[in-house]
Design a protein around this ligand. Structure first.
Ligand code: ZN
Length: 434
């Protein structure tokens, strides 16, 4: 343990605050609720898409399913004011509940699960799992959405014993056959009845559901110097935390004539094509409505867009100590080394020289180092919301992130100093000194 571990440093406070957000957010819907709570505490008012939007300058946000968008027009100077936009995604790979979940097998009650996105399946085994998400409940003529959160250890996906594996080395996991969770011993499981009971409603009142599992081990700062952070969903709740923290910081010391905006999209891990993903109309419609509500015209909207820049935030690969050869040898990324600029000439990332300049200046303004990442040219590179946002809006976009290991594992790892530096860089991006 480090000798200073008895005092709380600003670094520790911010790392702990990220842990608190992650632990409050087992699903994208809970993430939106937690970010909404933080925004409302800072004076942001919720707008509804079906209502007229307020003309008065102010702090506002909206939620569309598992996506959220927040902005402040307090520092706007006319309806053609440029936007500074930070983007991210609310969803993480996990195991989700099928529509007919209840099974019986070999004397066990089981619940049928399937992967959402691309989780590292082995990391989900042998963990006690809770259940979260949302259901729609009949209300006599209509339906209302209710959040579900069961934080009891009710499920686990048991691994096959090594003695039963054909080569005694490893087990290949088939997503159809090997991911059902045990829920009890015996027969007669009725998962939705239990969910209904947790909400105090009748089981047949539940009309629809999006339910998923989560590991119950709390997030924590750890290590010999307490300089590492382990948590589920760091990809990409780290950006959700940093973006929210940055927006709350930026609205307290805004740049005249700039509208800071945060957009957090659901469904990035499954391609972003939905009513609320990065391929949806969410961001362009919101920008247009902000301009129109301020008394602007369609011309003002195009002028505002032409002056705007997006920083698309998603996590980056720190160089792995056991697999350093999997990384581009001259683009090593260090933990606690500062935010990461992600560049891919074939546009898996949207970063270009213009967007890079805006982010490099932001890091300089915030006093944090900037690391530059390129993927090995002989390995397939992941992608993120940046290229989609750029294509949908026509706004120059820079892909950035914070370094981590074990991306898409049930529990991921990063440096404890990186969340704070990332938030500071994004705050400077939202409120540039010019
Ligand atoms: Zn991601």
């Amino acid at each position: 343990m480090s000798s200073e571990s008895t005092t709380t440093s600003p670094r520790d406070e911010r790392a702990q605050d990220l842990c608190a957000l992650v632990d409050a957010s087992p699903s994208p819907f809970h993430l939106c609720a937690e970010v909404s709570r933080r925004l409302e505490a800072a004076g942001f008012a919720r707008t509804l898409e079906a209502d007229a939007w307020p003309a008065e300058p102010g702090r506002y946000y909206l939620v569309r399913g598992g996506s959220l968008l927040a902005w402040s027009t307090e520092s706007a100077r006319g309806p053609q004011s440029a936007f500074r936009i930070v983007g991210g995604h609310t969803d993480s790979p996990n195991l989700r509940v099928k529509q007919h979940p209840d099974r019986t097998s070999a004397g066990w009650e089981t619940v049928a699960l399937q992967p959402y996105g691309g989780p590292l399946l082995n990391s989900w085994l042998d963990r006690e799992l809770g259940l979260s998400g949302r259901v729609t409940v009949a209300t006599g003529g209509g339906a209302e959405q209710r959040l579900v959160r069961i934080d009891e250890p009710v499920l686990t996906v048991p691994q096959l014993a090594i003695h039963l594996a054909e080569d005694r080395k490893g087990v290949e996991l088939n997503p159809q056959r090997h991911l059902d969770a045990v829920y009890g011993v015996g027969e007669g499981a009725a998962l939705l009845s239990d969910v209904a009971a947790s909400l105090d409603v009748d089981a047949d009142a539940i009309l629809g559901w999006e339910l998923m599992t989560h590991d119950l081990v709390p997030s924590r700062v750890f290590g010999r110097h307490a300089d590492m952070l382990a948590a589920p969903r760091l990809d990409n709740q780290t950006t959700c935390w940093a973006g929210t923290t940055a927006l709350l910081d930026a609205v307290e010391r805004p740049t005249e004539g700039v509208v800071p905006l945060l957009v957090l999209f659901d469904h990035e891990e499954v391609g972003s094509t939905s009513d609320r993903g990065a391929e949806s109309d969410l961001l362009v419609t919101a920008i247009e409505r902000i301009v129109l509500a301020a008394g602007g015209t369609r011309e003002d909207y195009h002028r505002a867009v032409a002056g705007s820049v997006v920083a698309s935030g998603d996590m980056a690969h720190a160089t792995h100590p056991n697999y350093a050869d999997r990384h581009e040898p001259y683009h090593q990324i260090a933990p606690n080394g500062g935010p990461v600029l992600k560049v891919h000439p074939n546009l898996r990332y949207a970063t270009d020289a213009t967007g890079t300049a805006a982010f490099a200046l932001a890091c300089d303004q915030a006093g944090v180092p900037l690391q530059r990442y390129e993927h090995r040219a002989d390995l397939p590179c992941g992608s993120t919301v940046g290229p989609m946002t750029a294509a949908r809006t026509g706004i120059p976009t820079v892909d950035v992130g914070a370094p981590q290991l074990a991306m898409h594992a049930a529990r991921e790892l990063m440096g404890a100093a990186d969340p704070g530096m990332y938030a500071d860089a994004l705050a400077a991006f939202l409120a540039p000194a010019r």
